[in-house]
Design a protein around this ligand. Sequence first.
Ligand code: AHM
Ligand code: MG
Length: 336
Amino acid sequence: MNNLVTLGEFVIQHQQDYPEATGDLSQIFGAIKLASKLVHREINKAGIADIVGYAGQKNVQGEQQQKLDVYANDKFKTALAARGLVCGLASEEEESFVEFTQPQHKGSKYIVLIDPIDGSSNIDVNVAVGTIFSIYRRVSPHQEPVQIEDFLQCGTEQVAAGYVIYGSSTMLVYTTGNGVNGFTFDPSIGVYYLSHPNMAIPSKGTIYSVNEGNYVHFPVGVKQYIKYCQENDEATQRPYTSRYIGSLVADFHRNLLKGGIFIYPSYAENACGKLRLLYECNPMAFIMEQAGGAASDGRSRIIERVPNALHQRTPFFVGSPKMVEKAEAFMAYVGS
Ligand code: AHM
Ligand code: MG
């Protein structure tokens, strides 16, 4: 671990990189950091406390909410609202965006999009899950109630994005558009330390991550790319290794460190893919690009897509730039 720089110190030091910075973003990170520690604590009690299993209700996408989905959503929302720097939040667990209406929110210039617990089906079986977040400047007039257009912005407008991985250790990884840095949580003293400065993905890797159980339903381009990954060719280190956790944050994090590609394509049942553009794909795409990687919907750069709905889904290809390029070439050549 290098020099014991904490996340809080790092955010404040780097705030000076932005002449117009007022410190608001640092406080938003403070809220995210705090909520992530509460979630870390609960996740680490899974199995001994009554926090695994279903909450008995479904979210807007018809998915069963886990107790931890509900807990995490509540903690992130409350921590962000308490600081008065964010005027609204949209979450995977909320049908519509939430407007923060206390007097301290008047004039707040940021909105947050969040997936409080990503990969929640893994909680019950003690496998890594994550939190994904994205921060934008609001575009509607300040002082007015926050509007849907504040949330339906292109990923290119992100001010910051990050994820927390609750894995064998808990880490927070984020970007403000100036590289990617990772911080590991020391639970004994409750502090995140800079452990992975200037994260960069190898330009090519040897890991491919996709739910091959759905192979039969995939577009032809994806099927052929998977076959390409499995071919024997020493010069290009194929066959590649297949690794799929089923938790985007965990699959993404491994591939970011080792080099690889993650694909969640469209398929019969989910013609638009499964993952959500605004609070899953855009933040991960921003981080990946900042780490030297690439992210697309199989045909074009994901963060340039113009969103039309809060819970919009998209196919997602993300990882080492040469691998994404190759997968896109298969998509372009054989199509869907
Ligand atoms: P969630 O946010 O409801 O947990 O769903 C998203 C998750 C991703 O973490 C993961 O990549 C994907 O769903 C796995 O889906 P599948 O089980 O279809 O492979
Ligand atoms: Mg998710």
